[in-house]
Design a protein around this ligand. Structure first.
Ligand SMILES: *Cc1c(COP(=O)(O)O)cnc(C)c1O
Length: 353
């Protein structure tokens, strides 16, 4: 993990958002809450630290990261006591959970801040019925003395692949306006989404009224908006993270399996192409460490990943000038999926540069 590059990515995103009057929650779940990374999110200017996992928020607290903490998954009712203890803010959509949070906050003699989520069509979390959203906001404001209604928010592009278009975000601003009229005061936070909403900042068409985003991927990897939407993300660093695999076998072998074909280690039968004898390399990592080998990208583009089992990854290096030897280290780029798995594998050692 190149912490210097990470910090520069944080500052860049925070600065771009600031120009539009938008504060940033730095979302640390993509690196499993790695504390050094969380530290860079804080140093780089994020206003809040956010995660879907309370354990990661707890670690940040214990490490002395001195920013408001935001839980961005709807709390489990069973964890509401800890939510109030550890998080300053949480995203919510269920009255039953809000009531439990209020009771926990009362017991702890605290005020817990909540953001109510509006589902604008992506069909993951949030109020679908927008009248229900306004009524719940009013109920929190009037009845739940130990909660502070901090704002409203939305999430798109996670389940339903819905895009944060200008119109979608205007819909959020309209809902926020309805809540503000009902409670008779402005909201602190109108949270317009995650990395995908950063496209509106790059295009300069983020609607007025959005004043907060929750950003992970664009800071950590800056990959999705480039790869999937063709945005020029320069000068951001896309190589904050390097995965290094150690070579444990190098041999010339056939490319087509020899024998009767059944199923592989995961019960599937992949397609094997017969390209004759090839130079194959095994590295000491597998699906247990990173999930799917399609989420690893050799830095040397002449290396081809052929496949993987739980603990082995098989590469074809025939067309590569690198000629790996036993003990050599091969470098890979990662994406969000492989990063989240790699940072949770006990077998992967993290080195900071
Ligand atoms: C994960 C998550 C984010 C951050 O998403 P990125 O695409 O990594 O920026 C923001 N909000 C919620 C609710 C999330 O679950």
């Amino acid at each position: 993990m190149d912490l210097h590059k990470l910090r520069e990515n944080v500052s860049y995103v925070v600065e771009k958002c600031k120009e539009e009057g938008i504060s940033v929650s730095g979302v640390i779940k993509g690196v499993n809450g790695d504390l050094k990374c969380a530290g860079m999110f804080a140093e780089g200017g994020c206003r809040y630290i956010a995660s879907s996992r309370l354990e990661q928020i707890q670690d940040c607290r214990e490490a002395g990261i001195d920013l408001p903490m935001m839980l961005i998954r709807i709390p489990m009712k069973s964890e509401t006591e800890d939510v109030v203890r550890l998080a300053d803010y949480s995203l919510n959509s269920e009255p039953e959970v809000l009531r439990a949070l209020n009771e926990a906050a009362e017991r702890q003699e605290k005020i817990h801040r909540v953001i109510l989520m509006a589902d604008l069509g992506d069909l993951r979390e949030g109020f679908w019925d927008k009248e229900d959203l306004v009524n719940t906001a009013l109920w929190v404001e009037r009845e739940l003395d130990h909660l502070e209604l901090s704002g409203v928010g939305t999430n798109v592009g996670c389940y339903g692949s819905v895009q944060p278009t200008e119109e979608k975000l205007q819909e959020l601003v309209r809902n926020a306006g309805n809540v503000e009229r009902a409670i008779g005061r402005p909201l602190e936070i109108v949270s317009g989404g995650a990395t995908s909403s950063f496209m509106r900042i790059m295009d300069g068409n983020i609607p007025d009224g959005i004043n907060h985003l929750r950003i992970g991927e664009q800071i950590l990897l800056a990959r999705d908006l480039d790869v999937f939407y063709g945005y020029d993300v320069r000068p951001m660093h896309q190589d904050v993270f390097t995965f290094e695999g150690e070579v444990i076998e190098v041999k010339n072998k056939p490319s087509y399996p020899v024998g009767e074909i059944g199923v592989d280690a995961f019960g599937r039968t992949p397609h094997y192409e017969d390209k004759g004898i090839r130079t194959k390399v095994l590295i000491a990592c597998g699906k247990v460490d990173y999930g799917d080998p399609a989420d690893l990208f050799p830095r040397d583009s002449d290396i081809v990943i052929l496949g993987a089992s739980s603990d082995h990854t098989i590469l074809d290096v025939t067309d590569c000038s690198c000629q790996p030897k036993i003990g050599d280290i091969l470098d890979f780029d990662v994406d969000y999926a492989s990063l989240v798995y790699l940072t949770s594998s006990r077998s992967v050692q993290i080195q900071y540069v």
